[in-house]
Ligand binder design. Structure first.
Ligand code: THU
Length: 160
């Protein structure tokens, strides 16, 4: 028996002003689309913007449903939008932001497990890492250099 330590790293930015200009613009797009999220049940709004290798930006936000499991997270709305419109174009960078009408979100909000698994599929497919920046409605921004950093030991096609 042996115990193996897995490690991951994050970068923390104290404000949007500290981000590279390209990411500031991406985060502004994520904030804008967050405001049109359809989230009447949770009042928790998530917006995301994806920068693609061809220079296009694809956005998404969460879409809820009275039959709760029929709703969808912002990240999966956006990644499927990107993959359907631009199937062979790599995703370079993702900006994510969340806000709540109930409690202000002042900490970075990382993608949920199902969104990590979904995004992981596309990172493996394109064989290039996807940078992810995530934040609340204020406060720090966290960056991971790759989806892999958010989902070590991911399930992938090699098991099939
Ligand atoms: N949500 C996202 O859009 N992304 C996540 O990664 C976590 C949760 C949404 C789903 C639901 O509409 C609301 O936030 C509350 O869970």
């Amino acid at each position: 028996m042996k115990k193996i330590q897995l490690s991951t790293s994050i970068t923390v930015f104290e404000s949007i002003d500290e981000l590279p200009t390209e990411i500031q613009k991406l985060m502004v797009r994520a904030i804008a689309i967050r405001k049109t999220a359809y989230a009447p049940y949770s009042n928790f709004h998530v917006g995301t913007a994806f920068l693609l290798e061809n220079g296009e930006t694809v956005t998404g936000n969460n879409q809820e449903n009275a039959a709760y499991p029929s709703g969808m997270c912002a990240e999966r709305v956006a990644v499927w939008n990107a993959s359907s419109q631009f199937p062979d174009v790599k995703i370079l960078k993702i900006a994510i932001t969340a806000s709540s009408e109930n409690n202000p979100v002042t900490e970075p909000v990382a993608p949920c497990g199902a969104c990590r698994q979904t995004l992981s599929e596309y990172e493996l497919k394109q064989e290039d890492p996807i940078e992810i920046y995530f934040m609340g409605q204020s406060g720090n921004i966290i960056k991971t250099d790759a989806l892999h950093d958010l989902l070590p030991l991911a399930f992938d096609k090699s098991f099939l």
